[in-house]
Write a protein that binds this ligand. Sequence first.
Ligand code: SAH
Length: 350
Amino acid sequence: MEKSDIMSLDLDELKEELTLIGEKSFRAAQIYEWLHVKLVSGFDEMTNVSKQLRDKLKEKYVINVPNIEQVLESKLDGTKKYLFSFKDGSIIESVLMRYKHGNSVCISSQVGCRMGCKFCASTLDGLERNLLPSEMLGQIYAIQREIGERISNIVIMGSGEPFDNFDNFLKFIQLITCEKGLNISARNITVSTCGLVDKIRELADKKLQITLAISIHSPTDELRKEIMPIAKKYSVNEIMDACRYYYKQTGRRITFEYSLIEDVNDSEECAKALIKLVKGLNCHINLIPVNTIKERNYKHSTREYIEKFKNILENNKVNATIRRELGSDINAACGQLRKSYMEQTLRNGE
Ligand code: SAH
């Protein structure tokens, strides 16, 4: 019998499960605390739970904490990249960024991705599978345990499209913001999407205080279609309508990510079209020099072009920042670390 995933259960579900196996429901609170506050990776660490119950739990459940396969640490700013593996052999990556205001972790939401953005390494081999809520939590728990410090901010901006794994994403949010768990405030969570309009609206209706980041990367449908296949399904205008709706429902300022690619989307016309697009919306634009991946020949814009692009936005009262490069000595674009690791293991015939 396949064991079930205990860390994806909320407290009420855990209570129900325990009642079903003939245990008192108050045990659920203890077990929940072991899993989501004390961050154990095995049932035997639950020292106030009887051996008998621990054995029962072991038989029926699994704790989905990933294994750390590799850690790369930046000598410049302490940024750490983690390569994790799950029991089925899936490999994912997560990043720890250290800021003055606290520790932030960027997690993956899927193994691989099927969105097909041209500049992104995560999508080169397509989607392998969705991550479970527990496997999204597990990345944060493993890092918090490893560094022995609290994680206070989460960005769901690693490999995968979180809105293509929407139900698991929502459950993850419920669990990570749970008062009886790590209790991370929704205001300290950012989710990034390539623009799945229906899901943006669905999330808006939940009225959570999560920051929504949209990977816009182009102000026009024509150009966007060239670099992001999802643009064939949803137009830029539909995305903007959904963003206005998100703002109306949540009051949260929207972030737009704009990866600058030389001679593709870094012209003055693009900047002007972008200004027109976001006019009237409370938002912020994050300019990212595109990270070259070896499978594609996109180059990032020159510093001069990036500054110029930013100035055009700012002169028109559009908030913009150039993303600070963290961990540039361990730099690898989204999904690149995983990809090179997998290629290496393939070569070694493992
Ligand atoms: N699927 C989600 C989240 C994962 S990607 C999304 O599309 O938003 C996180 C961000 O990194 C996105 O803005 C994505 O477009 C960007 N990105 C991916 N590969 C990149 C690269 N090589 N250089 C710069 N940004 C990249």
